[in-house]
Design a protein around this ligand. Structure first.
Ligand code: DAH
Length: 339
């Protein structure tokens, strides 16, 4: 082989071996195979050779070029491999290191109370339904026997979106929605958020939760209502809990009552939780007013029903002996994780 070519080949081999980076390798490539590279120069000079020498020289140059390209490729692969090995070494995982501690969330007392409550009613065959928080005046008031200008509207002042659309003040709105659908019998509870323009204090919030209950069918009586609430109270507050119905007024039930339960803390003797009376008020209820049934398309001559509305925060505060409703909304983990 031509001396010059041999020298080029040997020198290049050495340079490739020494090259430690892709850039260094590229430099070698340019200096040999580039436009002004040494091999390229030789190819260019072939025009000065005799016709006999030319093919031989051409072939030799090509051989050397091929060899150099192979060497380069091989070096490139080696570098890649080395890089990978180095990276794998660097990224090894020490499985003996202690794991990162996962901080678990905690169910909110409201949620715990709601799930307890739902379990009781599901056990009695109730279905859980939901209604919208942004509601028509029609469902929140009108169909519940609270027409325009009714004083009950003042007591439940709320946030209006338009004249006819508002943030619901009570989950009772779901009663009207379900009855209007016309599928009977009905046996539902409906938990959800409600709104009123109340100032925040230990027992009030502009946004809180209720659980509505509604049963409509043939021969549904007040005894069914009382039995249902007794069952609920015993399962939710403890097996010795008794209930007491106190006459009250709600526009959409007749008769209506407020329900007290014997204090689960003192059993009725009187203590701090029940403020000495032995009884704690937990909900409002009554027999669905015939006019409400009628407005919702149900014949009150054939069907009757009862309804109740439980303040979720109220029962949660009682059950967990929390004395300030605001604690439920601050969501301080130190507070929440106690339940
Ligand atoms: N919606 C009533 C309120 O927010 C509570 C209530 C009372 C619901 C009697 C009822 C009921 O379903 O029958 O004060």
């Amino acid at each position: 082989m031509n001396e010059t070519l041999r020298t080029i080949e040997e020198e290049t081999r050495a340079r490739i071996e020494e090259a430690e980076s892709q850039e260094a390798l590229d430099e070698v490539r340019v200096s040999i195979l580039g436009k002004k590279g040494r091999l390229t120069q030789i190819l260019k000079g072939m025009k000065d050779l005799s016709p006999e020498e030319r093919p031989k020289m051409g072939q030799q140059v090509n051989e050397v070029r091929q060899l150099i390209e192979e060497m380069m490729q091989e070096k490139k692969n080696k570098m890649k491999h080395a890089l990978l090995t180095e990276r794998l070494k660097r990224e090894t995982i020490d499985v003996t290191l202690p794991g990162k501690r996962q901080i678990r969330g905690h169910r909110h007392p409201n949620q715990i109370a709601l799930e307890d409550l739902e379990r009781v009613f599901i056990g009695m065959g109730y279905e859980i339904v939901e209604g919208p928080e942004v509601e028509y005046d029609r469902y929140n008031f009108e169909l519940l026997n609270i027409p325009a200008n009714h004083p009950a509207k003042d007591e439940q002042d709320t946030f209006y979106i338009t004249k006819d659309i508002l943030l619901r003040t009570q989950t009772s709105s779901v009663q009207a929605r379900i009855m209007e659908k016309g599928k009977l019998p009905i046996k539902i509870i409906s938990p959800g958020r409600v709104f009123r323009s109340d100032e925040v204090d230990a027992t009030h919030s502009p946004s809180f939760h209720q659980v509505e209950g509604l049963v409509v069918g043939k021969n549904v009586t007040m005894a069914d209502l009382k039995g249902t609430l007794d069952q609920f109270a015993r399962q939710f507050f403890g097996p010795n809990t008794k209930t007491k119905l106190r006459p009250h007024h709600f526009p959409f039930t007749e008769p209506s009552a407020e329900v007290d339960v014997t204090c689960f803390k003192c059993g009725g003797k009187g203590c701090g939780v029940c403020k000495g009376s032995g009884w704690i008020e937990i909900l409002g209820c009554g027999m669905v007013h015939p006019h409400v049934l009628e407005m919702c398309g149900i014949d009150p001559e054939v069907y009757s029903g009862f309804a109740f509305g439980i303040g979720l925060e109220r029962v949660a505060l009682l059950k967990y002996e929390i004395d300030d409703m605001r604690l439920l909304y601050e969501n301080d983990v130190r507070f929440l994780s106690q339940f």
